[in-house]
Design a protein around this ligand. Structure first.
Ligand code: FAD
Ligand code: MG
Length: 339
């Protein structure tokens, strides 16, 4: 049974400054993966592109949901032997590689722990240490083997693609749009925004990063100007609960079984790949600022914006020229991490 709760958004495409060229625009709003999604395409384009993108997203949701008893992921989690369909194989392949590359900060076998905290059902609770220790025995991506189109899931292990599936869906929609000849579009899947080309006025898109402490989705702490990139944000305030004065977030540190607590309020990752950006926004949140910076130095395919619980802002060198603080924050400063 699916629970339905619409997420507030971490990101938004800020209104475009006076369009020099007025391109025809078509858009579609849909609800999938518990998220309000907005797809917008510009130009004289294929009329079927938006409905095909919508079908594609629903198809992926049907395959990848942990709670839908008809999904392929559900069957895998029941220990069934499943011949994987191409998208499930593809997303698992990419996700497992990133679990390994992040040293397990991302671990898609985290599902038993996520469920014990009640994040899948909204019946929140703080599990006791013994329960978490026992559940962590069932968390280890390195025991999951993907061979051809079959996957072996050791007994008791269960997968959760909540940290990567929206990014994967975004990449698939971007691929579909490009195949339709669309070169100006925005794919807004809640905390994941992917843009094709420059904005319709020819300038880079302006993506607002929400203030984690802000009261409304309109409170932006910063703006990133970008083209042909995905911008994905993770943070504990999307899904959390409070007990005895302590706030518990939905991003779990697989090394402890407890919500990641390394002083970060949100992590935004910017990359041409939305799958990578989604996976790493979650993984960097688990790593914390210093490990995240070190990890960034080991790769050249993403940039980041880290917002600390203390309000501090740290960005990576590659976006230094396209990043600016918004509004009243303009008087504050941010630190740039260099290679
Ligand atoms: P992200 O930071 O990208 O991911 C965090 C999520 O990943 C956590 O919620 C947890 O599920 C998992 N996770 C936590 N820690 C780790 C870790 N260290 N490594 C790997 N994964 C981790 N929600 C509902 O309430 N009802 C639904 O019906 C529903 N259906 C969904 C169907 C699909 C196909 C998907 C992908 C998600 C669905 N969701 C549903 C979940 C929801 O949309 C969000 O994806 C999710 O809760 C948080 O995503 P995020 O992008 O905010 O956070
Ligand atoms: Mg993620």
């Amino acid at each position: 049974m699916k629970t339905l709760r619409i997420f507030s958004f971490f990101l938004a495409v800020l209104s475009l400054s006076g369009c020099a060229v007025s391109l025809p625009e078509q858009s579609k709003t849909l609800l999938a993966m518990d998220t309000v999604m907005n797809l917008t395409i510009y130009g004289d384009t294929d009329d079927t592109a938006l409905s095909r993108a919508e079908d594609l997203i629903y198809e992926l949701e049907d395959l990848l949901s942990t709670t839908d008893e008809q999904s392929e992921l559900y069957a895998l989690n029941q220990g069934e032997s499943v011949t994987l369909s191409p998208p499930v194989r593809d997303v698992l392949d990419q996700a497992l590689a990133l679990c390994s590359d992040t040293g397990g900060a991302l671990d898609i076998t985290i599902y038993p722990v996520v469920r014990a905290w009640g994040f899948t059902t909204s019946t929140y609770q703080v599990p006791d240490r013994d329960t978490l220790s026992a559940l962590l025995e069932r968390v280890d991506y390195s025991q999951v083997h993907l061979t051809g189109d079959t996957l072996t899931l050791p007994e008791g292990m269960e997968l959760d693609l909540g940290a990567v599936a929206k990014g994967y869906a975004s990449d698939q929609v971007a691929g579909l749009f490009r195949a339709c000849g669309i070169d100006c579009a925005q794919i807004d899947l809640g905390g994941s925004i992917q843009v094709l080309g420059n904005s319709p006025d020819g300038d880079p898109w302006r993506i607002g990063i929400r203030d984690p402490e802000g009261e409304s989705a309109e409170d932006y702490v910063a703006v990133v100007e970008t083209a042909d990139q995905a911008v994905v944000t993770s943070g504990m305030y999307e899904r959390n609960f409070e007990q005895d004065g302590v706030r518990y977030g939905h991003i779990i540190d697989p090394s402890t079984g407890y919500p990641a607590d390394h002083g970060l309020a949100s992590v935004t990752v910017i990359s041409p790949s939305a799958t990578l950006a989604d996976a790493l926004s979650t993984a960097l949140f688990v790593m914390g600022r210093d490990r995240a910076a070190e990890y960034w130095r080991s790769r050249d395919d993403f940039e980041f914006v880290l917002i600390g619980e203390d309000g501090s802002i740290t960005i990576s060198q590659g976006i230094a020229d396209s990043f600016s603080l918004a509004g009243e924050q303009g008087s504050l400063s941010f630190e740039v991490i260099r290679r």
